[in-house]
Design a protein around this ligand. Structure first.
Ligand SMILES: *Cc1c(COP(=O)(O)O)cnc(C)c1O
Length: 467
């Protein structure tokens, strides 16, 4: 047995021998040599481990050694297909977390690129040359837009929640309705965040009904915060009762306890913009007007800006958030600030409807139909593809407005001799990668979340597969 293992080991080529093979040497043009050497070592280590585990005999080892070129090519492919690159979103899901949520307005993108590539006026007042706060301008704009007295920006809404809990309730209790203990994808569970923020969770009410009396009864010496959380990604329907933000704010004010409302998506409506028909999503301005001390929302959901967590509210509460040392660790970077400022300026200039996420959510069904028809026409010209139009629904995404479906027209595609999964995989591996939905044995292309110009790029991606 031991000698068989020794024999199998001897059948393995050396690193140098593998690198000298023509197919492997060709891979050297695609990745740095140092990395290719590491890939070869890793593949040989895997084979040694399999020999040790008696998973490979002499014949198996020979075959595996032969197949090293293919295994290395797969590693190189994976290497080249990893990382953040632009993608085409043909899923129809506008706020697709896997694809980076809201695309920012081109002017915001420009401001972000400029801030990233060079120096910018960040923590200095250029008129007086005195030190200033990095988010002074942002705070001003957010106050104008939402009616709040003060505002700050942090890395994302999860950070805003963490900062709020830690500031007002560290070592104390946070009271939340049992019906609002949400989990927002990717392991953001309200109860676990509370634990890490150093506050003790006090749940009140039941899953479907919580009354103001439940909150009042739970408040005591140790209460630091009354928290309301918008149930972004699910809906409790039927026999339900929840405590509204105005009632919670009044109770907090009467008992001298801070109140916060995590509204999640950050819906903003303006008299000079079209209304998003998403009545279940709380309006930021209404949440502020309710009188709670702090309102929290994401920058990259319905708000339509870059990733950020925005906290708006009373001057006193916001000043406490700002003085928490954690704020220094969670604050937003110059790139995000530049993009948010520009996004807010667009809102305030009456140009909200130009924000890509809003434009996509408000897209005219007739325009979507025309886009789908153009895509179907393009695909019909390609050999091997079958495309047909169908009425369908798109989702806002990101847990925003669960149950809300927006009418759209999709293109359902098949490729002769290729499974739908394989077709989808090839599109994702392409350049730029294309993401679509799969329905039964058809690939579903929804034009809603395509940006201007991407329609033709989508057809071109299919043309590359046809060629
Ligand atoms: C999305 C969401 C969060 C998390 O926001 P991120 O910006 O993703 O960190 C927190 N609370 C609610 C209610 C949400 O909907």
């Amino acid at each position: 047995m031991a000698s068989q293992v020794q024999n199998a080991y001897r059948l393995l080529p050396s690193v140098e021998e593998v690198l000298a093979r023509a197919d492997v040497a060709a891979l050297g043009a695609r990745v740095p040599r140092e990395l290719l050497v590491r890939f070869v070592q890793a593949e040989l280590d895997l084979l040694r481990a399999r020999i040790r585990a008696a998973d490979l005999d002499a014949d198996g080892t020979r075959a595996a050694a032969e197949a090293l070129g293919a295994a290395l090519a797969a590693r190189v492919r994976r290497e080249q297909a990893s990382g953040v690159v632009r993608a085409l979103n043909a899923t129809g899901v506008v706020l697709h977390t896997g694809l980076g949520r809201a695309p920012v307005h081109p002017e915001a993108a420009q401001a972000m690129a400029a801030a990233a590539a060079g120096y910018c006026v960040l923590e200095v007042d250029r008129l007086s040359n005195e030190r200033s706060q990095r988010d002074a301008r942002l705070s001003e704009l957010l106050c104008r837009l939402t009616g709040a007295e003060a505002a700050i920006a942090v890395n994302n809404n999860a950070a805003a929640v963490l900062l709020t809990l830690n500031t007002f309730a560290q070592g104390r209790e946070t009271v939340v309705s049992r019906g609002e203990l949400v989990e927002i994808g990717g392991s953001f569970r309200m109860p676990s965040v509370m634990e890490r923020a150093g506050t003790r969770l006090v749940e009140v009410g039941t899953t479907n009904r919580t009354r103001l009396e439940d909150f009042r009864a739970a408040v005591g010496e140790r209460t630091g915060l009354l928290l309301k959380v918008h149930t972004s990604n699910f809906r409790v329907v039927g026999f339900t009762e929840e405590v509204g933000a105005p009632e919670l704010a009044r109770l907090g004010a009467a008992l001298g306890v801070r109140t916060a409302f995590d509204v999640g998506s950050g819906r903003i409506e303006r008299p000079d913009a079209r209304a998003l028909e998403l009545p279940e999503e709380p309006l930021v301005s209404a949440a502020v007007a309710s009188g709670v001390d702090v309102v929290l929302f994401s920058g990259d959901k319905l708000f339509g800006g870059p990733q950020a967590g925005l906290a708006v509210g009373t001057r006193a509460a916001l000043s406490e958030l700002r003085s928490n040392p954690l704020y220094r660790a969670l604050r937003l970077d110059k790139v995000g600030l530049a993009g948010l400022e520009r996004t807010l300026e667009l809102y305030l200039a009456g140009r909200a409807d130009e924000l890509p996420a809003r434009a996509m959510l408000l897209a005219d069904p007739a325009r979507l139909r025309a886009d789908a028809e153009a895509i179907a026409r393009g695909l019909a010209r390609l050999p091997g593809f079958q495309a047909r139009l169908a009425d369908d629904m798109s989702q806002p995404g990101s847990g925003s407005a669960p149950g809300v479906l927006l009418p759209t027209t999709v293109v359902r595609v098949r490729r002769a001799g290729l499974s739908t999964e394989e077709l989808a995989a090839r599109l994702r591996a392409g350049e730029p990668p294309v993401f679509a939905r799969i329905h039964g044995d058809e690939l579903v292309l929804d034009p809603r979340a395509l940006l201007p110009g991407e329609r033709d790029e989508l057809v071109a991606a299919f043309a590359r597969l046809a060629g």
